[in-house]
Design a protein around this ligand. Structure first.
Ligand SMILES: [Zn+2]
Length: 178
């Protein structure tokens, strides 16, 4: 039998996580996810006034990303909520990043809104409002510490979940004007 060995070193220094991140396992969006993580790291560095910040994140990669945080009482929801508790316990995490994406199979046909990308976006905004409420119902200490992102086919867009309508910036992010 052939077995594979990959010699790469891992750093065992304990870390405090900047955030726990919920992302869908859909590989078509993985590069967007990575660019978003880099952008958040850059933002942290700028806020800290340093050239480069080392930001550790706890990645929770599942079908649907943040979706099942709202599925009340299902084993999936219990599992995802449990990841938050573990991240806090092990890595003293203070922030949550909830991500969903365009054309997500976990949300199914309803979410695609018959191919209307603007409606699909707003559908996700509404779902993120539920995600926020579900997290805060269990972990009120995360009030003001949850950020929401939507990965569209044209890039990552931060969601203002208080808004019911598409903002100009969001429309630009979706490239609806293109
Ligand atoms: Zn997905």
């Amino acid at each position: 039998m052939h077995t594979l060995t990959v010699p790469v070193r891992a750093d065992l220094t304990h870390y405090q996580a900047g955030a726990i991140v919920f992302q869908c396992f859909d590989d078509r969006f993985f590069h967007l996810f990575e660019r978003l993580m880099e952008a958040l790291e850059k933002e942290d560095a700028e806020e800290a006034g340093v050239d480069q910040a080392v930001v550790y994140i706890d990645r929770v990669i599942t079908a649907g990303g943040a979706k099942d945080l709202v599925a009340d009482g299902t084993p999936e929801q219990v599992s995802l909520m449990g990841q938050i508790a573990k991240s806090v316990k092990l890595h003293h995490t203070h922030n949550i990043i909830a991500i969903t994406h365009e054309d997500c199979g976990a949300y199914g046909d309803e979410a695609t809104q018959g191919g209307d990308r603007e409606k699909q976006f707003l559908y996700h905004v509404a779902r993120h409002r539920e995600i926020e409420a579900a997290i805060l119902a269990k972990y009120p200490e995360f009030a003001g510490k949850i950020r929401h992102f939507y990965l569209s086919i044209n890039g990552a867009i931060e969601l203002d979940i208080a808004k019911e309508e598409l903002t100009e910036e969001e429309a630009r992010g979706l490239s609806l004007f293109a």
